[in-house]
Write a protein that binds this ligand. Structure first.
Ligand code: GRF
Length: 207
């Protein structure tokens, strides 16, 4: 099966490009139906255009979260897609927005990539925090989005080492390479096998 994606971006767009490239070279059986950016100056918008992917900008400046999300819904209504894929999208999506993308099985059809081994180091500075903490191993998580930040069911994780001689820059560079391999690979699994959910034991464990 092939899946159609709406990719949400805010900045550099290297993950979006990795996904677009994987679609173009046949490694990922998917189509990027639209790229949605909240910032017209995002490099990701130019990259989308280079790949001939429709890019829609809905700026959030001066809008309440609700107004912004309602404009996004209107902008997306001319496109059809199976999943929203967050790739460096720097805005938190509200439950009111997410409910428009609810799967009958009870999860949102929204996927995110986060640069740490969740639940360690949630939030927007994961690389910096993991590096500062002195971890010997870090990693990348691809997960479903739920109502809490960096929290939904984990679809895949891949670890990478932090070397003693690493600077934050070399550490991040190693992680980003993992991101670019992992995200298209997980989306390919979703495209081929759908989403298989695992119940989190920790939520039902009594101490
Ligand atoms: C990546 O590190 C991703 O894990 C995080 O934001 C960054 C986006 O980078 N959520 P890019 O825009 O894909 O280059």
């Amino acid at each position: 099966m092939s899946i159609d994606l709406a990719i949400f971006v805010s900045g550099r767009g290297s993950n979006m490009e990795a996904i677009a490239r994987a679609c173009a070279n046949g490694e990922l059986d998917a189509k990027v139906a639209v790229v949605l950016a909240n910032d017209a100056t995002a490099a990701a918008v130019t990259i989308a255009q280079e790949y001939a992917i429709p890019a829609v900008v809905v700026a959030n400046q001066g809008l309440s979260r609700q107004e912004h999300e309602s404009k996004i819904l209107t902008a997306l209504s001319s496109y059809t897609f199976d999943f929203i894929v967050l790739a460096g999208y720097m805005r938190i999506l509200t439950p009111d927005f997410l409910k428009h993308f609810r799967d009958p099985r009870g999860f949102y059809r929204v996927i995110n990539i986060h640069p740490s081994l969740l639940p360690a180091f949630p939030g927007k500075s994961a690389y910096e925090e993991a590096f500062k903490y002195g971890v010997k191993v870090s990693g990348i998580t691809v997960h479903l989005v739920d109502d809490q930040v960096d929290h939904g069911a984990i679809l895949a994780q891949q670890a990478f080492p932090r070397h003693d001689e690493d600077t934050l820059e070399t550490f991040m560079r190693r992680g980003l390479k993992v991101e670019h391999l992992l995200y298209p690979r997980v989306l390919q699994q979703v495209s081929q096998n759908g989403i298989k959910l695992q119940i989190r034991e920790r939520e039902s464990v009594e101490i």
